[in-house]
Design a protein around this ligand. Structure first.
Ligand code: NAD
Ligand code: TDX
Length: 348
């Protein structure tokens, strides 16, 4: 813990892996703006990483960027030795289910091996805390009348993505038990908000609606997701960092269960796009039918609860994509890949 000379506030140095991605960049911005953290972002800038997500906070006194792959043990050790963080918040991952169905190997490489590399490196920082950001998808799927997932629901992943996340959760738990690592695991439902890569449902549907392109709804569109605004997820992650008990798992959910078809209707209504754009396409293989989260443990033990209502949060998110077309145009054209090179006068 350091002290800020101007404000006199205590400031924690935290390394955020995957800080150039969707949730990571929202988390980094929240941490920097709070004035309570010095943030070091470690990110490989895969297709999902976009430094433009961090333009307003990057390279300030409170936020530095380190290019690096979490599967590269010597690079990880070097970054930890250089910055000596008191905590790692681990968000770097291959995160898209459809990509894991097309090709699972990168998911095992980053999500399993990359997490293991970080855990091994943590042994050289014995006083540091590890916040492992996982997902409700590790629990598998629910029927319409099943009770929501609790932290003790057995792991039963369906997709290679979910299996790789479940494997990483088990590795974290094994390091807590075997090596006395100080680590907490969080499992969250579907996030939505600004800066989400437009391969994911909400930005994809919103941008397609704005551009008059087809909206590809998988199967019958009656799958249910529990949507949580990314800011609420980030509040939960910071609560877990501060108040989580090592070895424990905390679920976060948004009390926002909706069918995909209902979400598309809301997007069409707000963008004014024609319902004729809805195109029912072949279903995702082994498509999980429903996710729902019981987050009572996080309410009780972390003092956390979602603050954003889904209707309002979705409205402001659609408005963000509507008004930030340069960001989305650069992502869709691939121009965002040059941002790092221009900023740091080098090549990726
Ligand atoms: P994202 O795909 O938007 O971002 C992932 C980030 O990790 C990118 O910046 C990418 O460059 C980086 N990265 C990928 N592989 C890397 C590697 N080998 N080394 C270093 N950096 C690498 O993901 P997201 O949606 O922001 O998800 C963040 C985390 O939250 C993930 O662990 C995901 O499993 C989890 N999660 C996501 C959601 C959701 O709805 N998006 C819900 C629950 C949990
Ligand atoms: O084109 C589409 N059409 C469609 O009907 C896409 C991309 C998705 N869908 C459906 C599949 C899901 O039922 O929409 C729902 C949401 O899909 P995704 O955005 O791909 O999210 P999901 O598969 O539910 O996983 C997300 O939440 C949990 C994140 O991508 C994961 O990283 C997180 O762990």
């Amino acid at each position: 813990m350091n002290y800020d000379l101007v404000s006199g506030k205590s400031v924690q140095r935290v390394l955020v892996t995957g800080g150039a991605g969707f949730i990571g960049s929202n988390l980094v911005r929240m941490m920097v703006e709070s004035g309570s953290y010095h943030v070091v972002v470690l990110d490989a800038l895969t297709y999902a990483g976009n430094l433009a997500n961090l333009t307003d906070v990057l390279d300030t006194e409170r936020c530095v960027f380190e290019l690096g792959n979490i599967t590269d043990a010597s690079r990880v050790r070097q970054v930890l030795a250089d910055h000596k963080p008191s905590a790692i918040m681990h968000l770097a991952a291959e995160s898209h289910v459809d990509r894991s169905i097309a090709s699972a190997a990168p998911f095992v490489e980053t999500n399993v091996k990359g997490t293991l590399v970080l855990l091994e490196a943590m042994r050289e920082l014995p006083d540091a805390r590890f916040v492992h950001v996982s997902t409700d998808e590790v629990y598998g799927t629910l029927g319409p009348n099943d009770a929501p997932f609790v932290e003790t629901t057995p792991l039963d992943p369906t997709s290679p993505y979910a299996a790789s996340k479940a494997a990483s959760d088990l590795l974290v738990q094994s390091f807590v038990r075997t090596h006395g690592l100080d680590a907490v695991i969080t499992r969250c439902s579907n996030n939505y908000g600004p800066y989400q890569f437009p391969e994911k449902f909400i930005p994809l549907m919103t941008l397609n609606a704005l551009e008059g392109r087809p909206l590809p709804i998988y199967g019958d569109g009656q799958q249910v997701r529990d949507w949580l605004h990314v800011d609420d997820h980030c509040y939960g992650l910071l609560a877990a960092l501060k108040r989580g008990v090592s070895g424990e798992v905390y679920n976060f959910g948004g009390d926002g269960e909706r069918t995909n078809a209902a979400m598309v209707s809301a997007i069409l209504a707000q963008t004014g796009a024609s319902p004729d754009l809805c195109t029912y396409v072949a279903d995702r293989k082994a498509h999980d039918r429903r996710y729902a989260i019981n987050a009572e443990k996080a309410h009780r033990e972390l003092g956390w609860a979602p603050t954003r209502n889904l209707d309002e949060g979705l409205q402001s998110t659609i408005a963000w994509y509507t008004h930030n077309r340069t960001w989305s145009d650069n992502v869709r054209s691939g121009a965002y890949r040059t941002y790092y090179e221009t900023q740091y006068n080098t090549t990726l």
